[in-house]
Design a protein. Structure first.
Length: 376
């Protein structure tokens, strides 16, 4: 993504999510992931383990890197702003009970900003990120989230974010030490998915940013991602697995579709489609059009669809291409599995609004002032 989509541990893509990181607490205790500051590229953000009890990791937001081209998101046309989410968040999506925003709401009952932040952000379901390489407890941590969703009869959204070389050495760098280790980690991740419906956002930025890799490195990454999709769906046939399509201001649809095809995203055995706009700001309508173009170029079964991160796109992308906690942004459409749009399966909050990209607070930490600005 031209303006990193998530920033978790390091900045790789700008996605705000909850993270389940090992922090010395019981291995089945999943905590929200802190999202880190995005880089100039529109990539996802990697969660960065936080020293606080929330153990939040920043969502990856692409930061400038010598190995990746510094591509700012193109300014969006000056169209009228989309109305912030008026639809109630889908009751079918699972809201994990632990996150930085929920901690803040509980600790600040008298804060004048609390009612807005609680009702418009804290009460909405958001993704849970797994961005640290901890093979010994990843199964139990994923299971803690999926079993919570199963108990409530709701659909959890989990993010796998440990591909080696993620963020191409940017702010969200990290991940598994090598592809063999990653393959094993994915096996353990898949073992925690359970048997109920679950949405898996597979490796933000891993494909949109693939040009930073050599040809042989790309081939290895594509093979591991294709394998990952097959393993996830074999472990739980009801899991819906979505691959990285970047966003509308990043790669052209045909280019992105080429990467996706090589990574197995056109096969129903490994994929349910693509995701866009993770930790970014592009308008929902623009992303929906882009996603359909990517799917058309990708080919594959007609059942393939797309999910869009709408957590911070209510006013579209900043005209100056700013990616780090830009002012004037608003939360977007509420998370839902009923979009009413052809081939758009869901609007999700992959990045949790209010988790800083690094300018209004430490990357990946919750900023009440930023959250209030986005939600009011």
């Amino acid at each position: 993504m031209v303006a990193a989509a998530s920033v978790v541990v390091a900045v790789g893509s700008v996605t705000g999510m909850m993270s389940a990181l090992g922090d010395g607490r019981p291995s089945d205790d999943a905590r929200p992931l802190v999202t880190g500051a995005p880089s100039l590229l529109p990539l996802p953000a990697v969660p960065t383990p936080s020293p606080t009890k929330t153990s939040a990791a920043p969502s990856p937001s692409k930061s400038p890197s010598s190995t990746a081209p510094s591509r700012r998101p193109s300014p969006e046309p000056s169209v009228r702003a989309e109305k912030p989410a008026v639809l109630a968040a889908s009751t079918r999506l699972y809201r994990h009970p632990e996150s930085q925003v929920l901690d803040w709401v509980a600790a600040n009952p008298g804060d004048s900003r609390r009612p807005v932040i609680e009702s418009r952000i804290a009460d909405r379901p958001a993704a849970v990120w797994f961005a640290d390489y901890t093979p010994s407890n990843i199964t139990s941590r994923v299971r803690a989230v999926t079993s919570g969703g199963a108990t409530q009869g709701r659909v959890p959204v989990v993010v796998a974010y440990t591909i080696p070389g993620r963020d191409c050495g940017g702010a969200s760098e990290g991940g598994a030490p090598d592809l063999a280790s990653y393959d094993s980690w994915i096996d353990n991740f898949a073992a925690g998915l359970g048997s109920r419906e679950v949405i898996v956002v597979l490796e933000p930025d891993s494909l949109a940013q693939a040009n930073c890799l050599s040809a042989s490195q790309r081939a290895g990454r594509f093979a591991s991602l294709a394998r990952a999709g097959r393993v996830l769906k074999a472990a739980n046939p009801r899991a819906r697995v979505y691959y990285d399509a970047g966003h509308s201001a990043w790669n052209p649809p045909a280019t992105q579709a080429g990467f996706l095809r090589q990574a197995g995203a056109a096969s129903a055995a490994s994929s349910d489609g693509v995701f866009t706009n993770v930790s970014n700001f592009h308008r929902t309508s623009t992303e929906a059009d882009y996603a359909r173009q990517v799917l058309s170029a990708l080919g594959g079964p007609a059942s393939l669809g797309a999910v869009i991160d709408t957590s911070r796109n209510g006013n579209g992308a900043p005209p100056d291409g700013e990616w780090c906690d830009p002012s004037g942004r608003k939360i977007g459409q509420a998370p839902t599995l009923n979009t009413g749009e052809a081939r758009i399966d869901a609007y999700l909050w992959v990045k949790l609004p209010g988790e800083s990209d690094g300018c209004k607070g430490t990357p990946g930490t919750f900023s009440p002032s930023y959250a209030y600005e986005l939600a009011r």
